[in-house]
Design a protein. Sequence first.
Length: 227
Amino acid sequence: MSKPPKHSKAAEKAHPAPKRENFKTAKAYAEACRLVSEARTEFDKAAKSAKAKVSAKSKQSTAARPGGSKNKQKPETAAKPLTTAQKLDEIGEEEIFARIANCEFIHKIAASYEMSAGSLHVWLNARPEMYARAREQQADKLVADMLEIADYGLNDTYQDDNGNVRTDQDVVARSRLRVEARKWLAGKMNAKKYGDRLNLDAEVKFADMTDEQLEAKLAAAVAVILS
């Protein structure tokens, strides 16, 4: 039996391990553990890629300085550390907004770049049109995920001890919750396209909300679904 992959503390913090007591069946718990492990692996890959990119660009910047390698008698001054904005500019708008469009939350993206979510929000808010467009793409991704979840029924049934095919109500309920949560969030991120008609004239702009505010509203919606 292969050993489970090791993940960084940042990945474990961003994706906490599920608790066994929150699951009715061992199969549902095992599936949750697998999804968390995959999320941690992707988190570490993104963090490693971001670090390598920043490190490579910093080395190129140092080597390109006039006299940096010619005058060896004079000690080179230490490279001035990059500001958060400079680091994000080097990573590039394309990568950052692509991660947002792929439904990664801001605080997790910021953690992978070893910066605060607040600093990343300042950088994003300086690019309101691109940020709003990424949020709309995020809603499209959520809707695509909903269809995939709804169409996937491999684990919906099982055979009991007598060989009878039974519906696994825990799996079906969990899938329903996942679809409803994404449906609610997509409707808030792009109300004109996915929202209820009664909410189209709402003054609240969810594209301008922070991840913490969105997660709080999502938690409230999930509570209503489960009640």
